[in-house]
Design a protein around this ligand. Sequence first.
Ligand SMILES: *[C@@H]1O[C@H](CO)[C@@H](O)[C@H](O)[C@H]1NC(C)=O
Ligand SMILES: *[C@@H]1O[C@H](CO)[C@@H](O)[C@H](O)[C@H]1NC(C)=O
Ligand SMILES: *[C@@H]1O[C@H](CO)[C@@H](O)[C@H](O)[C@H]1NC(C)=O
Ligand SMILES: *[C@@H]1O[C@H](CO)[C@@H](O)[C@H](O)[C@H]1NC(C)=O
Ligand SMILES: *[C@@H]1O[C@H](CO)[C@@H](O)[C@H](O)[C@H]1NC(C)=O
Length: 439
Amino acid sequence: MKTHTIQYLITTIYFFTLSIVIVLSHNLHATTLKPKDIRNFLGTRTPYRFKNNKNDTRISFPSCKETKIWMILRHGTRFPSAKDILGMNTKLKELKYEILMKNIQGTIKEDYLNLFKSWSNDIEIEQEKYLTLEGQYEMIQLAERMQKRFPNSIKNKYNSKHFKFKYTATQRAQQSARYFTVGLFDKNNSQSVVFEPALKVDTTLRFYKHCDKWLKQVKRNPNTYKEQMLYGNSNEMNVTLQSISKRFGLDRVLRLDIANLIYKICGYETSWHKYYSSPWCIGFDDVSVKILEYYHDLKHYWLDGYGFNLTYKQACMLLKNMFEIFSKKGPNATFLFAHSGTLLKLLTHLELYKPDSHLMGDTIVEDRTWRASNIDCFASNLAFVLFKCKDGDKILSLHQERIIKLPMCKEELCPLEYLKEYFYDSIHNCDHSDMCRLD
Ligand SMILES: *[C@@H]1O[C@H](CO)[C@@H](O)[C@H](O)[C@H]1NC(C)=O
Ligand SMILES: *[C@@H]1O[C@H](CO)[C@@H](O)[C@H](O)[C@H]1NC(C)=O
Ligand SMILES: *[C@@H]1O[C@H](CO)[C@@H](O)[C@H](O)[C@H]1NC(C)=O
Ligand SMILES: *[C@@H]1O[C@H](CO)[C@@H](O)[C@H](O)[C@H]1NC(C)=O
Ligand SMILES: *[C@@H]1O[C@H](CO)[C@@H](O)[C@H](O)[C@H]1NC(C)=O
């Protein structure tokens, strides 16, 4: 072959390879996923980049002006608990070698096997539940988009009378608040932000942690986990455990606790890295991932949702706070940084994502709207915006940055007076110590 033909060939191969790489990384990098992509179903570990609203056009209504915003957020993507970090270092490390051994004459494709070969965990136990780099980006970008939507209530110049920032006494909530302000202000401004002191006992942002009655009647009540247990022993789960084991090329069936850990770590590693695919995700197809998702949803439904009245009654603490700030002279922009347990109970108090009947452990409810992957992913957020209109004050609600209609309202832009009446009890009969006292 002549030199230039070889060069031509090399160039062609180069561009061909390049385009494969681009296609592959584009796939990983994608922020809108195909409906069947398993990354849609990672439960509370779903990264926010798959769920956010990229449309940050200013939101306005004729004859109305936005004057205030009150927003509550779950912290961004974090590291696992100490227990799960330990699980990665022991159980998953052992399983990795077993999978490599069993696949010497490959059930698993070679590039997947290479992912396993190079897989390790470098997270220290000391970093448990710390906010990750991805979590920082989530907050910065979320803040930027919210400011573009509501530039009147969220000014880009900091002023301590105008803004209120508060977080729970945890590293992940504190860091989330910090990076959120980085998204709102320039460097000078964000360095001078005053945060409200974090409280050890915070009966507003983490009301449930200090509610003795709830801890006894719900959190430590075995009945709360009954449906999840039932589902864990179901035939659907049995079939799933077999499917996961088979996809890893194993000749034994993995136990539920291991499958669970694999599901969690698949979620975490997907959320931390935009450009890396976790080998643990190989275990799932779009059917089995939904079974694990439902298993986790059952827990949160009964622990943080509609299962027990006191669970969501307590969330009046937050709603009361919002109505007070909107009715009086409070700050124009309030941002509260909290947790999954806080957000879910508030969504339930607002009667959102309510299934027709309780979620049960006998079989999966496919078409439910109560789905942690959508309503409780990392950086989940709920915002109320006060609009001063010609015909009175109105509230606009946004969940995950999208306008929603509250179930009790006729329209998305809902009269403040009507909501105050509807939530009369939440505002006037909301005493944490009364509600939470053990009789
Ligand atoms: C973006 O948001 C604005 C304001 O809510 C809306 O009017 C517009 O239709 C949206 N654009 C797209 C492409 O969805
Ligand atoms: C901030 O809130 C006050 C009421 O507390 C209101 O009078 C004022 O117009 C708001 N600021 C802006 C910029 O809308
Ligand atoms: C930032 O703040 C410092 C000290 O307060 C000041 O000297 C500097 O000019 C400020 N920079 C900008 C860009 O505002
Ligand atoms: C699930 O599988 C186990 C053995 O792997 C078996 O003992 C159990 O009966 C099965 N349960 C159901 C509901 O099929
Ligand atoms: C719980 O709340 C529902 C609806 O708000 C009500 O119908 C039911 O009676 C309450 N149950 C208890 C035990 O208070």
